[in-house]
Design a protein around this ligand. Structure first.
Ligand SMILES: Cc1cc2nc3c(=O)[nH]c(=O)nc-3n(C[C@H](O)[C@H](O)[C@H](O)COP(=O)(O)O)c2cc1C
Length: 385
């Protein structure tokens, strides 16, 4: 695809449409199922939550162009408060090393990328190949075999990652536990594709696991269950305390949706929280993160915990609403994968640029002339009646 065509894509919705069209053309139709998966009703509720807030613009107070969107996350500067959420198996969308392309795009645009522990690229390979000026955090599960978790933590320390993100919303795999398997048409799983699945998980069921490439249909249904047996092991706050004792890196807890859990996070001494429901891919029927945000912020009041948000951020106005309600930054998941699918690194950059441009335009339209002007007076909750 010529760059001019990329420039013609003006919205994240257009990226989604083109990705859904392109992936099957390249024999990667199964990646559409993989990216799209998530409880439809939960995803719709998340979108509706953004619509439930109206923007309330100031007038005659803006400056043009918008002066600066620089901020910090855990003391590290980022150019825009729009960051990249961890997503597993990026090689499925952009073989063979999608994560590196994502890291390059993030570094070129001055933002943060969270690397997923269930990447197809081992953390040390990722760490040694990413741009040195990039900002990375390493996501991990509290794996059943602690050696897997320690592997992530030690390499995160060694390769200059600035925080460990612990995903807390996945005690079991909703998909397999509920019997709601992803329906993948065998026809569209490419027979020639081979990929390394979860190479960070070197220990499975207490034994050393051979790291090998998976092919064909096994990609979807690996015979050894890969990382998932190790990740979905119902970890506890004690496991989090253990992790905290293992590293000096800040800990970010991902997947918090209630005041009760946020208070426990304060007690556990975490440094930040991502209010998130895993993009609707885990527990269905939860409160949309945007609605959970105020109670989480209230619960952490008085602590130094930073609070971020993810889930169905698709427009610049969504970013403004999240920030107005108190999020320090937002994260995007699927749109990055659409960007990778459409035009690899350049696609991811364009996705981020579209969101950034919309974000700045909406800020200006709201009469803001700095991020400090973004507060709760910019939004009003629509009454249900
Ligand atoms: C394909 C895919 C893979 C994901 N893999 C992970 C993961 O490995 N670890 C994790 O904590 N969250 C994972 N997530 C959840 C994202 O980090 C994020 O919470 C979610 O995608 C945000 O919603 P959005 O996709 O609507 O932007 C994944 C999401 C998707 C779509």
């Amino acid at each position: 695809m010529a760059d001019s065509t990329l420039i013609k894509l003006k919205s994240l919705q257009e990226f989604e449409e083109v990705a859904i069209q392109k992936l099957p053309e390249r024999g990667l139709g199964f990646a559409v199922t993989y990216i799209t998966f998530g409880d439809k009703r939960t995803r719709r509720e998340m979108q509706k939550a953004f619509n439930r807030y109206w923007l309330q613009p100031n007038v005659l107070t803006a400056r043009q162009p918008f002066p600066s969107t620089w901020t910090t996350l855990l003391g590290q500067p980022i150019r825009i408060p729009i960051c990249i959420a961890p997503t597993a198996d990026q090689a499925v969308v952009a073989p063979p090393d999608g994560d590196i392309l994502t890291a390059q795009a993030a570094a070129e645009l001055g933002t943060l990328m969270i690397y997923s522990s269930v990447s197809n690229l081992r953390i040390d390979e990722f760490g040694s190949k990413v741009p040195p000026n990039g900002l990375h955090w390493a996501q991990t599960y509290l794996f059943k075999d602690k050696r897997n978790t320690l592997h992530i933590v030690r390499n995160a320390e060694k390769y200059g990652f600035k925080a460990i993100v612990v995903t807390a919303d996945s005690p079991v795999d909703y998909i397999s536990s509920s019997g709601r398997g992803e329906e993948v048409d065998e026809q569209i799983v490419p027979s020639e594709m081979t990929i390394t699945i979860s190479p960070n998980v070197a220990y499975l069921k207490g034994k050393a696991r051979e790291s090998r490439k998976y092919s064909d249909h096994e990609l979807w249904n690996p015979s050894d269950g890969t990382a998932y047996f190790e990740a979905f092991c119902a970890p506890t706050w004690e496991d989090l305390a253990w992790l905290k004792g293992q590293t000096k890196l800040p800990i970010v807890l991902k997947g918090i949706l209630t005041a009760k859990a946020a208070k426990l996070a304060v007690k556990a001494g975490v440094d930040a929280i991502i209010v998130s429901c895993h993009g609707g891919r885990q527990l269905p029927g939860v409160q949309p993160p945007l609605f959970a945000l105020p109670e989480v912020l209230e619960a952490v009041k008085g602590s130094k915990i930073e609070v971020y948000l993810d889930g169905e951020i698709r427009f610049g106005s969504d970013v403004v609403k999240a920030l107005a309600l108190g999020a320090r930054a937002v994260f995007i998941g699927r749109p990055v994968l659409w960007g990778l699918a459409v035009k690899r690194k350049e696609g991811v950059k364009r996705v981020l640029q579209i969101l950034e441009d919309e974000f700045k335009t909406v800020l200006t339209m709201c009469g803001c002339s700095s991020l400090q002007d973004v507060d709760s007076s910019l939004v009003k909750l629509k009454s249900l009646f």
